[in-house]
Ligand binder design. Structure first.
Ligand code: ARG
Length: 589
């Protein structure tokens, strides 16, 4: 099969764009040959070009006449049927059946399913970032899941992703945590809480500290304060204990990551503490460049366009009056490091939406300092809150933060209960594996299928449901195709070239060609929910196809071969799509 001329990527909309631009050039002159023809999906054809409406003014003509002139010069032979001008001046385009079929046949032979390998960019992604000696909460869950999907997708598109897990591993609470660790013993059941129930450890340390403070603060609290000083001074024994805390916490983080099937490892740890040595230099340079100034004993950056209450300028504090550095100083160091040492082209901060102001100020200060050149893009991928049924941030009934592990275990338990009913035939071991894939997939998909910056309500029943836009629905769709293909193999049916017959086949073919453009779009817009929406619609389109077009029953071998290929490509797209989202697709369900 020869590639159609001018097909840059083979995506229908790109091919049509190319043809339309040639027509624009021929009709109105070469300066029109790079005008965007505005190709969009259409209700009345496969696509429509809307360019005539925008161009009419510039040409001093009316849109219908412009559309007619375009059509006169448009050569889509072999790609689409004869174009039709409709309405006020739309050019309706319907792909030629054979062209469409050939593209899908080619897709079946392409392991990348037409997803391009792009010019590689270096893309550090800051995501997950839980805090040492604390429980991960649903907010961390969401930045972990969204960040990981973006990392997988950008990597698949050919980019060099550098995962950066900016864990909270520094600050004054470490004085009290280290003292508590010493008191309970490094290898005690209490220290083990750091792995199994970190908040319990933290709260015990905090309770001791507060009780001593109330009693004058001469004992535990005083030791905790001295510990902070020793930690900052680099006292070896203190550093050893601090490392111990981090190690126990990373064991906890890793257990969650492995349960979640997230790609973060110890190599990706780049916590707050790793920037300690950079902080004095950050402040010096900002001061020297006249960007930071002293205000009430603190070193501050005042930025244009950032005003606080009552219109007063809002400072970004980079050194407190006690000489300590803060969260903002560390984040300035992250930018400088990522641009200067990692040679980033694009930096993603996958962080809660409430930190928007903080990041905008940090980005602006970094630009002013010259650490962030104009050709490096920094993006705050905002993560919206996860809410409980009461519309407030998800908490337990008693108001305590939800334990992430308990939540994930509950999701897996519900999936297991569902499977015990629907698949009693499977042996227990296999069912346990599937339950885990389904329960975890359900939670991850719920995080991913909503625009990452909007809030959503955590509802396990809805998430694990096999109906609606859920992870299990897509997993089930894939498992069902696998079972069709198993039966085809038993029947020794062979797949072959795709051909257009029924309308439902044509719709499925068009949908399959939409995969690669969506993946590209997710990489550009950093919006995994677009891939979710696409996969959900594809699964529905497949269902309509399967209801209307018998695959193994007919006697026409060519039709059967074509339909089998459609099943295969659909499965490949579902598998690859779920894979980019970080969701496992079970063999059976
Ligand atoms: N540890 C912080 C938290 O739990 C998130 C850190 C995000 N990353 C960053 N570079 N500021 O809220």
């Amino acid at each position: 099969m020869t590639a159609p001329p001018g097909a840059v990527t083979g995506f229908p909309s790109d091919v049509l764009t190319d043809r339309l631009q040639r027509a624009l050039g021929a009709a109105f002159g070469p300066e029109y040959a790079d005008v965007d023809p505005v190709i969009r999906p259409s209700q009345f054809a496969d696509y429509q070009a809307n360019v005539a409406l925008a161009l009419a003014k510039r040409l001093g003509s009316n849109p219908r006449a412009v559309a007619d002139a375009i059509v006169t010069h448009l050569d889509v032979a072999g790609v689409a049927q004869a174009p039709v001008v409709s309405g006020p001046g739309f050019v309706n385009l319907t792909l030629a059946d054979q062209w469409l079929a050939d593209r899908v046949t080619a897709l079946a032979a392409d392991p990348r399913l037409a997803v391009p390998e792009q010019e590689p960019l270096v893309v550090p992604i800051d995501y997950s970032a839980p805090n040492v000696a604390k429980e991960m909460h649903v907010g961390h869950l969401r930045t972990t899941v969204v960040g990981d999907a973006l990392a997988r997708t950008l990597e698949h598109l050919g980019h060099r992703v550098v995962r950066q897990n900016h864990i909270g591993d520094w600050g004054t609470p470490f004085g009290m945590l280290i003292e508590h660790l010493l008191e309970v013993g490094e290898h005690s059941p209490e220290s083990e809480l750091l792995v199994s129930d970190p908040n319990a450890f933290y709260q015990a340390a905090r309770a001791k500290f507060d009780a001593d403070e109330a009693a004058g603060g001469q004992d535990f609290a005083a030791r905790a304060r001295r510990r902070v000083v020793s930690l900052q001074a680099g006292d070896p024994e203190t550093l050893r204990l601090w490392h111990e805390l981090i190690e126990l916490s990373t064991t906890y983080f890793n257990s969650i990551y492995s349960l979640l099937d997230v790609t973060l490892t110890d190599d990706d740890l780049a916590g707050e503490s790793s920037y300690n040595d950079d902080l004095p230099g950050i402040c010096d340079e900002l001061e020297r460049k006249g960007i930071a100034t002293m205000s009430d004993g603190a070193l501050c950056v005042f930025l244009d366009g950032f005003t606080g209450r009552e219109g007063k300028p809002q400072p970004l504090i980079i050194r407190k009056s006690d000489g300590g550095y803060g969260y903002a100083t560390t984040d300035l160091a992250t930018i400088r490091h990522r641009v200067t040492d990692l040679h980033a082209d694009r930096v993603l901060y996958v962080i809660g939406a409430p930190q928007d102001l903080h990041l905008r100020m940090v980005f602006a200060a970094a630009r002013e300092a010259g650490w962030l050149p104009d050709d490096v893009e920094v993006v705050h991928v905002q993560i919206g809150n996860v809410l409980g049924p009461d519309g407030k941030i998800l908490k337990t009934r008693s108001g305590a933060p939800i334990r992430l592990r308990a939540l994930l275990d509950e999701a897996v338990a519900r999936a297991a209960a569902g499977l015990a009913e629907s698949r009693p035939d499977l042996d227990e071991e296999e069912r346990a594996v599937i339950a885990r894939q389904v329960g975890i997939g359900a939670v991850k998909y719920a995080d991913l299928s909503v625009a990452h910056d909007s809030e959503y309500t955590f509802d396990l029943d809805r998430m694990v449901s096999l109906m609606g836009n859920t992870g299990p629905y897509l997993q089930y769709a894939a498992a069902r195709i696998r079972s069709i293909l198993r039966r085809a193999e038993e029947a020794e049916a062979v797949a072959g070239d795709v051909r257009v017959g029924e309308e439902a086949e044509r719709a499925l073919m068009l949908a399959l060609l939409g995969f690669a453009p969506v993946v590209v779009q997710v990489g550009e817009a950093l919006e995994p929910h677009r891939l979710c929406t696409y996969l959900f619609e594809l699964a529905q389109t497949f269902t309509t196809f399967y209801d209307n077009c018998p695959v193994l029953k007919g006697d026409d071998l060519d039709v059967r071969a074509s339909r089998l290929t459609l099943c295969r490509v659909t499965l490949a797209v579902l598998d690859q799509g779920l894979g980019l989202l970080g969701i496992a697709a079970p063999e059976r369900m």
